[in-house]
Ligand binder design. Structure first.
Ligand code: SF4
Length: 501
């Protein structure tokens, strides 16, 4: 072995050890002032390893200096909400990796391969609940991906440098491998060098499961709610709200990081974006959460449930406001285009593997050209799916045509892209009724909706480019400009034929 790789390995180990040591010091502080002073010192120490992430790190430093609510969130997390093991897993699998592997990612880019940030796997569509409008309970818990397949996917992800995964469903905690009886927590236990966010209904998080999760520390459940007790029980079933509250309390006691996930509909948009509701979630120890708007996909979609363009805009304004006021991280999947540089699907930043192994561009795009098991049989793997002409084309169409990041979605804001690529690459539907989104009534509805959405949001996006939304901490105009440049570069990268696979 040459001395250089060994030197690099030692350097990385030292960095990791140092980060963990400093985080441990931070967690032990009880005084706010001391906490911030220590954090500042850590960031300064990390500058030299930041590489291309230097600008992001400067933003973090500024946020801390100006006491942005996320700095308070970090303090609450470290001092109250994270156990030692969770803190260390987060540091190892999230933070250290981001710092120490920046060069590796650059190198892959030089070789014309862009690694997505993360991806989502749905091990099963089966669920223990019978929610109104959802037919997941029709599937048995044995149906879905085998444990062996899940394990192999995770190993492949790590080879690509992906250490963060989101697990969706069905209900992930209901999953059980048909042959071996192994469950999803077994998988998390076996891959402690990864971090998992799990979308769950929360009802299976009993003492035993929480104890197992607390031991490994690499899982953050995001519990789904529809609103308060009335709205949640109405859709999910009587007594579900109480079970969720119980689970939240136990997760907090076990010092496991937890969050929320909400599907915003025309009916609950006002409630779930209200300050009262956010404050309630914070009081329940949620550290993060995701808003997903209802979109008309699936077997019998109901277009009237989709929030109006005005409601979607209201959601954006409220969520962005809370971000500058409240100690919770909130993602707004459809409205955060300016922060992500547009749609993240098709492997640009993420993709989805469903319970049959089909590799979809996005959790909500129910079309695929590749299946992971089939790829393996052909001697291929995840890399081939990420660089498939189907995925590349989605990215290229997006990057070339999207001049309004407030309307990023390949499904509902740029429906013509989805129709074009599905047709061009002969993508097959992966769910019953998937085609309804690209033809007939729903397609007509989306044509109108997307035009309306663009009309309403364009003036705001232009103001963002002009700097009207810049804050003393982050200049959104610069974030957008950087994304536009990066996106242009990505088109160049993906058009290169000499990609090293
Ligand atoms: S297709 Fe839509 S939902 Fe999926 S990542 Fe893109 S913007 Fe988000």
């Amino acid at each position: 072995m040459s001395s250089k790789p060994l030197g690099t390995k030692v350097k990385k180990t030292v960095v990791r050890w140092e980060i963990k040591r400093l985080l441990s010091q931070l967690a032990d502080t009880r005084n706010q002032k001391e906490f911030y002073q220590k954090f500042d010192k850590i960031l300064q120490g990390l500058y030299k390893f930041a590489g291309p992430n230097q600008a992001a790190m400067e933003n973090v430093a500024r946020a801390f200096q100006q006491r942005h609510p996320w700095s308070e969130l970090s303090r609450i997390l470290l001092q109250e909400r994270l156990s030692k093991i969770t803190r260390e897993r987060l540091a190892e699998n999230f933070f250290c990796d981001w710092v120490t592997e920046a060069k590796k990612r650059d190198k892959l880019e030089e070789n014309h391969f862009k690694v997505p940030w993360f991806f989502v796997i749905s091990p099963t569509v089966a669920c223990n609940l019978h929610c109104y409008g959802c037919y997941a309970h029709e599937y048995s818990r044995g149906q879905g991906l085998s444990y062996q397949t899940l394990d192999r996917i995770l190993r492949e992800a790590k080879e690509l440098g992906i250490r963060f995964l989101t697990i969706s469903g069905g209900e992930p905690f209901y999953y059980k491998d048909r042959q071996t009886g192994r469950d999803i927590v077994d998988l998390f236990e076996e891959h402690q060098d990864m971090f998992f966010q799990v979308y769950t209904n929360g009802t299976l998080l009993d003492d035993k499961k929480i104890e197992r999760l607390a031991k490994i520390g690499n899982v953050a459940p995001a519990i789904s709610v529809e609103g308060f007790k009335k709205e949640t029980d109405q859709r999910r079933g009587k007594g579900v709200w109480e079970k969720i509250e119980e689970a939240r309390k136990k997760l907090y006691q076990a010092k496991i990081m937890q969050g929320f996930s909400i599907t915003v509909t025309r009916q609950n948009a006002e409630l779930v974006s209200s300050e009262e509701f956010i404050d309630y979630l914070i009081s329940q120890h949620c550290s993060f959460g995701w808003y997903f708007i209802y979109i008309p996909i699936g077997k019998e979609p109901v277009v009237d449930l989709m929030p109006t363009p005005e409601q979607r805009t209201m959601l954006r304004k409220r969520v962005w406001k809370y971000r500058s006021e409240k100690p919770i991280f909130m993602g707004d999947f459809w409205n955060d285009g300016p922060w992500t540089g547009g749609c993240i699907a098709g492997g640009r930043k993420y993709f989805h593997i469903n319970s049959q192994g089909d590799i979809e561009p996005c959790v909500f795009i129910h079309f695929a050209v590749d299946n992971i098991e089939k790829l393996w049989k052909e001697g291929k793997g995840l890399r081939d799916a990420i660089t498939s002409p189907f995925f590349l084309s989605i990215r290229e169409e997006q990057l070339n045509t999207n001049d309004n990041y407030l309307t990023p979605c390949t499904i509902i804001d740029k429906p013509e892209i989805l129709r074009k690529v599905v047709k061009e690459y002969g993508a097959y539907p992966t769910h019953n009724g998937a085609e309804t989104i690209i033809q007939g009534e729903i397609a007509c509805f989306l044509d109108k909706y997307s035009k309306e959405m663009d009309k309403i949001t364009r003036p705001d996006f232009e103001r963002m480019i002009a700097g009207d939304f810049d804050s003393p901490i982050v200049k959104l105009s610069e974030v957008i400009k950087n994304h536009q440049e990066k996106n242009r570069r990505e088109v160049e990268i993906q058009s290169k034929k000499d990609r090293i696979l």
